[in-house]
Design a binder for this molecule. Sequence first.
Ligand code: NAD
Length: 493
Amino acid sequence: MTFTAPETTHYVPKDLPTHIQHFINGEFVGSVSGKTFDVLDPVSNTNYATAAAGQKEDIDLAVAAAREAFVNGPWPKMKPRERARVLNRIADAVEAQEERLAELETFDTGLPITQAKGQALRAAENFRFFADLIVAQFDDAMKVPGSQINYVNRKPIGVAGLITPWNTPFMLESWKLAPALSTGNTVVLKPAEFTPLSASLWAQIFKDAGLPDGVFNLVNGLGEEAGDALVKHPDVPLISFTGETTTGQTIFRNAAANLKGLSMELGGKSPCVVFADADLDAAIDSALFGVFSLNGERCTAGSRILVERAIYDEFCEKYAARAKNIVVGDPHDPKTQVGALVHPEHYEKVASYVEIGKSEGRLLAGGGRPEHLPEGNYIAPTVFADVAPDARIFQEEIFGPVVAITPFENDDEALALANNTKYGLAAYIWTQNLTRAHNFAQNVEAGMVWLNSHNVRDLRTPFGGVKASGLGHEGGYRSIDFYTDQQAVHITL
Ligand code: NAD
């Protein structure tokens, strides 16, 4: 097994903060309690900063500021066009800082630098998209001639609690911030504790763009402390959460007392189904990208590859050869294709699945730490073939560069295998037979399907999963619906 070793040494961005604070009511502040937690970089696994560890009292302050900005501030009452101007300035600022954002994100998360750059641009695009959408927004009016007129009055809801994970943190934050703010809500963001660095950049970006104080508030901290307090706060009517399914279940229970609006984007174990008539080279390219881009730390990763028996051996051989040539190394090196996993705890989890896989499948590539990288959270792209559907590596989300390949005999078996997990986030289907492709899409239990293509999103389309992968949809008008109340007004003529 050979890996190409990138030549650079570990890159540390200039002017890193040594302490990451909350941002409440337009000011950077520490925790009321003075508590902090350590933040590691995933290449050296040393603490490069501490972050304020938000507790209930910090969440109380942030929610009070957001509530005041919602009730008495200008933001919810501004005309859509005025809000859109602010959102477009935010997008411009994100684009202008693309290089800096990418280097910080790469340093904090271990994502390859070339992929982190794309994430910054997607974040800017989210703001532009919702700026356009709110200006073009119109609502229903229903008329019974001579008798009644009814119309819909769309209103922002209040303080939205946004809880985000550590994979592509800045982009995923934008995915919630842009629709929540564009619709006139105020927010409290609780970013993931593994990767708090880039979230604090929003504060200056928003200030410079003219977002009024108190509209955006940021509280760092652990999920069980800051996140929990946000979920339970009575003045936070909405929680938009992205993270693990089990965390989603806890949040669901904790939000019940206050009957909150919930949007849940959860885990996945998505199938990539390759039929014998597929364009094999394109399918292999896509199936590699599907599980090894973003270090495999991608909710929509195609982490189970199902391959029709007639091309199974050829597929496995070609796929494994390509996986072995993936460049693993320092995330900041532009040649790197798989960087360091986010945190030693996550590294241990992924490494343990690699060991489990060795007794559940036939190891074709990878299988642990690359020889040339003795330190840092590196796992070689790992491919297991002949994986049975009851295997743990077939059923459980690994969230790293590890893939299970399983053969199938016919369309019915492919569908049964595809649907044989508790998750239902995405599915990828490769076949030249479009009738089969559309029928498969109809029957596969997945919130999103890509036919002969991969993971390019049109921001207007619904985003979300079924089964244990989520509840509700965001994306385009569905996000506008989640972050607004639609009041029906009836007039008798
Ligand atoms: P996680 O569930 O551990 O944490 C996510 C966020 O929830 C963090 O900010 C964390 O601090 C917070 N949290 C944890 N416990 C909490 C509690 N009791 N109350 C309130 N907040 C709490 O997830 P993670 O490990 O950061 O992220 C990886 C997971 O996210 C994977 O399962 C992945 O599939 C999923 N994900 C899903 C999507 C999607 O769109 N479906 C996108 C990205 C990631």
